[in-house]
Ligand binder design. Sequence first.
Ligand code: PGA
Length: 253
Amino acid sequence: MPKKIIAGNWKMNMTFDEGQKLTSEIVNMYQDESISGVEVVLNVPFPHLMPVKKLIGKAQGIEVGAQNCSDQASGAYTGEVSAQMIASFGAKYVIIGHSERRSLFQEDNDLLAKKVKIALDSGLTPIFCCGESLEIREAGTHIPNVKFQLTQGLFDLSAENFAKVVIAYEPIWAIGTGKTASSDQAQEMHSALRKHIAAQYGKEIAAEVSILYGGSMKPDNAQDLLSKKDVDGGLIGGASLKSRDFIDIIKSY
Ligand code: PGA
């Protein structure tokens, strides 16, 4: 069984105080409402890694992650943050290849493949994002398009390393737009990706990999999306900035 994961993606939001308040609320509700059986991840901006990790403290089942890392190990790369640094602050996850990184920062599959490798070498779990544009969806080529992103970004990995990766399918037209993929559209893609993984790495590994859905997941549509056979969790942007909404999504799982 794949691990069930609900991951928040704060993007470039939250000052120090706001981040502290949000984290405290999430940790308190998580404990008070006795949530279990789902790994919760807070993918925060770099400066929040350490303070958020501290606030989570010993709360079981909540982890911290970053939203990006350098493709280089260390050295003269002003402004960059390495995977090793992220891991050294107690983070467990790092998002790689979010569509905003791909489109706004010109990150291509070759670069992302390097980032995935360096994240794994540093002991982090990459949450590898993939997803198609509206144009591609309307042309009906979304499945081969997203399969290709997986091939390019991940299929150089050994089976042992691939088994450590989490995948997030995020149709670009659904991110931050309030327009969600229907649960059937999500299931269709997730199942196609699992088959694609099985063809490369075998059925056992494919059956274990967590494939998350992302794109306007909210408390009122989460249960439907998360009820699908091949949907193993969610990557949540906007709704992860409101503690009540984020917790309600987790509880609907
Ligand atoms: P959204 O963002 O939930 O605000 O659509 C999802 C994401 O970008 O990971």
